[in-house]
Each structure stands twice: as structure tokens, then as C-alpha cells.
Write a protein that binds this ligand. Structure first.
Ligand code: UT7
Length: 325
């Protein structure tokens, strides 16, 4: 089999209209704007409207990504949706998205790696494209975390938000190194011994309920920087580049303190670090494509730029994807 690589053709994102500020939250939970900003950097989050589902957010992001790539659903043969908040237990939200996009060919499936979902999905799609299982794919991170929050638990409900982001990826002949473009390295890890630190206390097989998000925030925080920097270093080594070569660092947007500490530990200059956590909160699998799209829309990302995506979340799962735009 001749070498193949995958490239990004376009991206897009979508945020629900309703904005919930920290100040708004003080009206129903014992918290303050000062505490939330100081501990997390979050100022506001978007909340899906009643009757607006994860698939609806995903469809809007997918349409924007297709428009950015100058393509139509007819050109796509695979959809992967990374989500921990599917519309229903089954069918897969990706199949709902396929249906809502009016697409009757190809195939679609969901991927569950919580906040690392987008990194896992890009890695999976890269492997499918290189392996010849698809030619052009929509890879989407979409979440309605507002639906699994315990709105009386101030330690978690202030942290998360809803949203979606998407990328169009295509298979190309040859290697990414030769082409000067495409996915260069994917590094994925998980360790189930940390399950109790971040989980949802319900599910179809256990409680037959959806459940609510539970997190030992300080415990997650303790592991985050080390885990994330390990996989990023592995990606740098794999692609034979250094932090100095990097143009854009697009981390999972959970907490400004984690992002700043990771960048500092890796000697990544602050101007290369993309931060949207203030405006979006933690949107789990949607956070990376939302952050990426924000700099693409500003025209900051140029062809050939070296971009690092990274995330860590429930499981624990963590990972990094290094690509050349
Ligand atoms: O995307 C998945 C990955 N998730 C993460 O990366 C989250 C990682 N963890 C974090 O970001 C931080 O641990 C948090 C932001 C969740 C919490 O920050 P912290 O500095 O670790 O605070 P803490 O949990 O140690 O709590 C400090 C205090 C506690 O009060 P006492 O026990 O010291 O009296 C909490 O009860 O802050 C209190 N507290 C709050 N106060 C006002 C907790 N939540 C709130 C709140 N408003 N919303």
C-alpha cells in the first residue's frame, strides 16, 4: 500500500445564542464572578435552547466547515462525532447529523472520549483516511453539557458550556512531510484507574438514567499538566520538531491556569496559545475545534503553519495531534 496522509480542508463552529454570564449564575448558585474568573478564567458560557440538541449544534458547525472547505455533503463519505452528550443512547448522533445534512451515502459513527473526544476523533479519522476506508470526512466535536450538569453543585456547574466545532479532512497520496501539509503525529492515552475523579453518575446499563457530571476538580487539576505535556512532547519527538517550530497551540479549554501552566512547561510563547475558555467555558469535545475556528476566522492560520491540538478529560483520557495546516 502506498503512503497516504490526511489534510484539513476547512473548519467551522457553532455556539447557541443564549449566553449565561458568571453574574447570571450568582442568582441561583452560591458563587461569584471573582471566584470563577480567578480559578478558571471563565467569564461566560453558551447554553443550548430547549429542543436544540447536540446533533443540531453539530449540523451548524458541519455546514460552516463544509462552506469553509468549498464542499458539499455529496463530497463527504464519513462523519465522526465526538460527544459525551449524544441526543439519545442510540442511534449515534453522527447518524442524526448525517440525516439532518440530507446525506444518504457513506457512514457515520460516534466516538466517546469525553474532553479528549476531538483529539481521538481526528486521530481515528486520520487512520481511516490513510487506510483507505474513506476519502473525505467531517470530524465534529459537539456537546450539550448543560443537560448533564447538577445545577445545584457550584463546584461543577460554573465550569461547562454547550457548543460544536468541525473540520473537513481529506486523504492524499504520499506523506505529510513530503507534501508540507497534513497530520504529522497522533498520540493517544487513557487510564481507567482515575474513573472516580471525573464521571457521570448514571447510564443505560447502570442506573437507566442519564446521570450528572461529578468531578474532584483538584484531583483532575493535579494530573492535567503532566499528562498533557507528556503527549505533546511525544508528538514533538515523533515529528522531529520542537516547541520553537510551533505556530499555534490549541489546547482543550477547561481552565486558563492549566493552559498557561502547560504552555510554560513546554516553553511555548504566550502569543501562540489560543484561549477561548473565557467566552465558551469548558465545552468538552467541542472546545478544540471552537478554539481553532476562532483563529482561522481571524485569518491568523496560514498554510504550512504547525498546529498542536491537545486535550485531557474523563477516564482519564488524554492525547495530542500535531498537524501542518
Ligand atoms: O475538561 C475536563 C478536565 N477538567 C478540568 O480540567 C478541571 C480541573 N480542575 C479545575 O479546573 C479546578 O480544580 C477547579 C476550577 C474545578 C477548582 O479550582 P481549585 O482551585 O482546585 O478549587 P477547589 O476545588 O480546591 O476549591 C476551593 C474552594 C472550596 O472551598 P473550601 O473548601 O476551601 O472552603 C470550594 O468549596 O472553593 C470553593 N468553591 C467555590 N466557591 C465559589 C468551589 N466551587 C466554587 C464556586 N464558587 N463555583
Amino acid at each position: 500500500m502506498s503512503a497516504r496522509h490526511s489534510v484539513v480542508l476547512g473548519c467551522g463552529s457553532y455556539l447557541p445564542e443564549k449566553v449565561l454570564t458568571n453574574e447570571d449564575m450568582t442568582k441561583f448558585v452560591d458563587t461569584s464572578d471573582e471566584w470563577i474568573v480567578q480559578r478558571t478564567g471563565i467569564q461566560q458560557r453558551h447554553i443550548a435552547a430547549e429542543g436544540q440538541y447536540t446533533s443540531d449544534l453539530a449540523v451548524e458547525a458541519a455546514k460552516a466547515a463544509l462552506a469553509d472547505a468549498g464542499l458539499d455533503v455529496e463530497d463527504i463519505d464519513l462523519i465522526v462525532v465526538a460527544t459525551a452528550t449524544p441526543d439519545n443512547t442510540f442511534p449515534a448522533t453522527a447518524v442524526e447529523v448525517q440525516q439532518k445534512l440530507g446525506m444518504r451515502h457513506g457512514y457515520a459513527f460516534d466516538l466517546q472520549a469525553v474532553c479528549s473526544g476531538f483529539v481521538y476523533a481526528v486521530s481515528t479519522v486520520d487512520a481511516y483516511l490513510r487506510g483507505g476506508l474513506a476519502k473525505r470526512a467531517l470530524v465534529i466535536g459537539a456537546e450539550t453539557f448543560s443537560r448533564i450538569l447538577d445545577w445545584e453543585d457550584r463546584t461543577t456547574c460554573v465550569l461547562f458550556g454547550d457548543g460544536a466545532g468541525a473540520m473537513v479532512m481529506e486523504a492524499r497520496e504520499g506523506t505529510a512531510e513530503e507534501a508540507g501539509r497534513g497530520v504529522l503525529s497522533c498520540q493517544l492515552r487513557s487510564d481507567g484507574s482515575h474513573k472516580e475523579k471525573l464521571y457521570v453518575d448514571g447510564g443505560p446499563s447502570t442506573t437507566q438514567t442519564t446521570g450528572h457530571l461529578r468531578m474532584q476538580g483538584r484531583e483532575v487539576f493535579k494530573h492535567a499538566v503532566g499528562m498533557v505535556t507528556d503527549v505533546i512532547k511525544a508528538a514533538f519527538e515523533d515529528a522531529k520538531v520542537t516547541a520553537d517550530d510551533l505556530d499555534w497551540f490549541v489546547p482543550h479549554q477547561a481552565n486558563k491556569r492549566i493552559i498557561d501552566a502547560s504552555a510554560k512547561k513546554l516553553s511555548i510563547a504566550p502569543e501562540k496559545v489560543v484561549q477561548t475558555v473565557a467566552l465558551h467555558g469548558n465545552t468538552s469535545a467541542a472546545s478544540i475545534p471552537l478554539a481553532l475556528d476562532s483563529i482561522v476566522r481571524e485569518g491568523k492560520v496560514k498554510p504550512g503553519d504547525l498546529v498542536m491540538l491537545e486535550a485531557m478529560g474523563g477516564g482519564f483520557t488524554w492525547g495530542a495531534v500535531l498537524l501542518r495546516w
